[in-house]
Design a protein around this ligand. Structure first.
Ligand code: C5P
Length: 229
């Protein structure tokens, strides 16, 4: 089955406090985004990679294709104001044969090949899958003024990561429904849930961090020294 991965990489990295998008910061002398792209280039399950980014970064992305031998990388697509808008635009550029679509954050370079392949297998069988890890901390539900309302049952709580993977028809319908009903989400599977699709969890690893703040960058430096895809 032709399989595409969309990499939203149009964020500005405000929480990182950097002047360039955090996906372009260097990790072991290579942009974080390149580490992420290399995972999908290496995966035998992926046929094309579509990056959504700012138009001003198109030249950089095209340069990565040559410099790092990223043969699966398609021409970049212009991202939108929100992550969700960036993905919606990339969906318009899927290969005509694409049947399975993954979405993976540009700033999660420590995804394992096993997570990619299991998420694809699971989405093929069940329609949608998400990579997630068991919650480590006890979780409380609180009111907006910080008053604890109750303690949640940790054994049924998961921290959700990416990739999130869908049969093409499901992600197209989920995004179309979100557009017509004005639904906003930072998580693609939430949009699928809104059309009645309940994704299956693929248990991932705690290494698959999203590099968001300067603390994460420190941790990423350590992880990159011992990471095996
Ligand atoms: O901001 P956040 O950490 O949730 O971003 C997750 C991913 O979404 C990042 O890879 C970022 O570049 C991307 N993004 C995007 N378009 C936006 C905002 C974020 O592609 N407008």
């Amino acid at each position: 089955m032709f399989t595409s991965v969309i990499i939203p990489a149009a964020g500005f990295g405000e929480r990182m406090g950097a002047t360039i998008g955090k996906q372009f910061l260097l990790l072991q002398d290579k942009p974080i985004l390149v580490h992420t792209l290399e995972r999908f280039q290496q995966s035998g399950d992926i046929d094309e990679i579509i990056v959504a980014t700012q138009a001003s970064s198109f030249g950089i992305i095209d340069g990565f294709r040559e410099q790092y031998g990223l043969t699966k990388l398609r021409p970049p697509v212009e991202g939108g104001a929100r992550r969700q808008d960036s993905i919606a635009r990339a969906l318009e550029h899927l290969h005509a044969d694409a049947e399975i679509v993954l979405v993976h954050d540009a700033v999660r370079p420590f995804v394992h090949l096993r997570e990619i392949s299991q998420s694809i297998d699971t989405a093929r069988h069940f329609g949608a899958s998400i990579v997630a890890v068991r919650a480590k901390d006890t979780m409380k539900l609180a009111s907006t003024d910080g008053r604890v309302e109750r303690t949640l049952n940790r054994s049924s709580l998961w921290s959700v990561q990416t990739p999130q993977t869908f049969r093409r028809r499901i992600i197209m319908d989920a995004y179309a429904h979100a557009a017509t009903h004005d639904i906003a989400a930072t998580d693609d599977s939430f949009l699928a849930e809104q059309i009645g699709i309940l994704p299956i969890i693929v248990e991932g690893s705690y290494e698959n961090i999203k590099i968001t703040t300067p603390d994460d960058l420190l941790l990423a430096e350590l992880l990159s020294k011992r990471f095996i895809p």
